[in-house]
Design a protein around this ligand. Structure first.
Ligand SMILES: *[C@@H]1O[C@H](CO)[C@@H](O)[C@H](O)[C@H]1NC(C)=O
Ligand SMILES: *[C@@H]1O[C@H](CO)[C@@H](O)[C@H](O)[C@H]1NC(C)=O
Length: 467
């Protein structure tokens, strides 16, 4: 009896093993095919292409205490400070994005030594193209300024240097007369002389107070006094005497946003002013609509960031783009196409801009891989659009930007810019002039922790970092 039992249980286990083996083998072969496919394709739910209308982020922001929560300015998570009346439509976002790109391009080609002085009465006539256009694809953080602390929602921008906040009368603005830690900066101080490199305009003087003015490429402007104030970074750190612009007047795309936090490379940027503590190390994760990301100082959140060298450039953060991969194909684009014009990474440009030849190679490879899907009308600067209204899921080739030092595969949320499911466009565009710099835009940085290690001369990318 015992033998029969053990025999039958042995057969049972053999059968079980065999079944398991056969199933496993079958499943393995199937998975193998799937894996091979998914290595160069994303399978995307068409419904996921549309922006979320609900704020669904988790409450966990970042491990680092010197961090801010980041939300999209016009997304559902910006409820508290949302200026819906000013929320732009998608075509306007693209038009304003182009004005930012134009101003970046002109900043690179501008001749030095022709900057003008600021005069308050003249602020509306400050020369344009000095600062960078704000664009509207901006991300915001809420920072604490002054004593007692006033919380202010600020756009953060790696393409700007001077931080400024609205100091004009009004409930949402900062009132320097109510803060015990505010000091005006004198026109004669050395700090005042740094205004030129931070804004592109030489400082003015109101009785004895240093004055700044910035006119952005899209016509927006801000001017006011230069002051020092106490700034809180997250829950961890407080900095005394951070130099910033106390705006007496601003006009343009700012809406209800309290101002701007400059994360550029010049002397007055927040990065330079907090160098002693953070060693010019900061990182951010730009979230998709409905999710939250972070802006963090002094340490990266992820241990797995892949680093590539940061090239030296005084105005922007530059990288050496060297190629593009679509699916499993490295496109044949001459290296000189990239090296002659150069590439920067920017938190404020929405759509990645490529040199004309690089973009047309990307477009051909992408169009070929997407040939089974019906095309749709172009949308402003985006010329490769599809109608996915008859599909539940689509298969899209993976896209990677190849830098000297490593490849960065674009998150699937960064491939398309959708104006409804019947007009979903490849979210890349070409520059018109081959000499203009390429820009790694914020849609393509989505969901990555982008680590700026400025003193270390490198920039890192860690995928899947937003919550
Ligand atoms: C800063 O200087 C301006 C211009 O002189 C002046 O109007 C303002 O009252 C000063 N603010 C403070 C807080 O001293
Ligand atoms: C901040 O700067 C003001 C003058 O601009 C100075 O009087 C004050 O002592 C400084 N505070 C700190 C904490 O360094």
């Amino acid at each position: 009896m015992a033998t029969t039992t053990s025999m039958s249980s042995m057969y049972a286990s053999l059968l079980y093993l065999c079944l398991l083996f056969c199933l496993e083998k079958g499943a393995y072969a199937f998975e193998g095919r799937k894996i091979a496919e998914s290595n160069n394709l994303h399978t995307i739910q068409v419904s996921d292409l549309l922006p979320s209308t609900a704020c669904k982020h988790s409450t966990k922001v970042a491990e680092n205490k010197a961090a801010f929560k980041v939300v999209h300015r016009h997304g559902p998570c910006a409820q508290l400070i949302q200026d819906n009346a000013n929320a732009p439509n998608l075509e306007n976002i693209l038009v304003e994005d182009q004005s930012r790109v134009d101003s970046i391009h002109s900043k690179f080609s501008r001749t030095s030594g022709d900057s003008s002085y600021v005069k308050q009465t003249d602020a509306t006539r400050l020369p344009a193209n000095r600062g960078v256009s704000l664009g509207t694809g901006n991300y915001i953080v809420t920072v604490g300024l002054g004593t007692p602390t006033k919380d202010l929602p600020l756009i953060f921008d790696t393409g700007s240097d001077l931080t400024w906040v609205r100091c004009m009368p009004g409930v949402d603005a900062f009132d320097p007369t109510r803060s015990s830690s505010y000091h005006n900066i004198s026109c004669k101080s050395e700090i005042c002389s740094y205004v030129t490199s931070a804004t592109g305009n030489r400082p003015g003087c109101a009785s004895t107070t240093c004055e700044y003015g910035v006119r952005y490429g899209d016509g927006s402007f801000t001017y006011g006094f230069v002051g020092n104030e106490r700034l809180s970074i997250g829950s961890a750190d407080v900095f005394d005497n951070i130099t910033f612009g106390c705006s007496q007047r601003s006009e343009g795309l700012f809406g209800k946003v309290g101002g701007l936090m400059g994360l550029g490379r010049a002397k007055l940027s927040i990065i330079s002013q907090t160098d002693s503590k953070y060693k010019k190390l900061f990182s951010y994760c730009l979230p998709v609509s409905g999710k939250a990301g972070f802006l963090s100082f002094g340490a990266s959140q992820s241990k797995s960031a892949k680093f590539i060298p940061l090239s030296s450039n005084s105005d922007f953060y530059s990288l050496d783009l060297a190629g593009i991969v679509v699916g499993n194909r490295r496109l044949s684009i001459p290296a000189s196409v990239f090296s002659k014009a150069g590439t920067i990474i920017d938190s404020g440009t929405v759509i990645t801009r490529l040199q004309p030849k690089a973009y047309s190679a990307l477009r051909s490879a992408f169009t070929e891989a997407m040939s089974k899907y019906p095309k749709a009308e172009p949308l402003s600067i985006l010329d490769t659009c599809y109608d996915f209204s008859k599909y539940k899921t689509i298969e899209v080739p993976k896209i990677a930007l190849s830098f000297n030092g490593g490849d960065v595969e674009i998150d699937q949320s960064g491939i398309f810019f959708a104006n409804g499911i019947s007009q979903v466009c490849l979210a890349f565009a070409g520059n018109t002039d081959a000499r203009d710099i390429a820009i790694f835009g914020n849609m393509q940085q989505q969901n990555y922790e982008v680590v700026y290690d400025v003193n270390g001369g490198k920039i890192g990318f860690a995928p899947g970092a937003c919550s």
